[in-house]
Design a protein around this ligand. Sequence first.
Ligand SMILES: [Fe+2]
Ligand SMILES: [Fe+2]
Length: 136
Amino acid sequence: MVEITRSFEIEVDIIDDDHRRLVDSINEIIQALNNEQFELCAQLVPDFVDLSKQHFRREESLLAKYDYPQTDNHIKHHASLDDKMETMLALATKVADSPPAAEALRKELIFFMMDDIINEDMDFKSFMVNATAGKA
Ligand SMILES: [Fe+2]
Ligand SMILES: [Fe+2]
């Protein structure tokens, strides 16, 4: 199971709520893999990818709204994740026939969440906490 502990919170509610929803979605997928519910897994991964893309757009608007100076870099970072999302979608179609694909998908999801989503967002945490101060 993936869990967002306090040190992984950005302390901006809109963003933390999204991150929690993404973690819930990943945990559902991992649960499906554990239970060998491969069809369910194949359905859940595209939903997770959609949710991630919606989250990226929402976060980008928020950064732009508060004039975060590195907004463009963060938008580029999100864009650089398109290939990883394509890989996850491809793996999701193979999990039923391939235990290595299931294992690869599990690892991709966890690294994607912890490194690419949460860790990279730490760059704007203090800026956004100050900028929003109870407003966002
Ligand atoms: Fe984020
Ligand atoms: Fe982000």
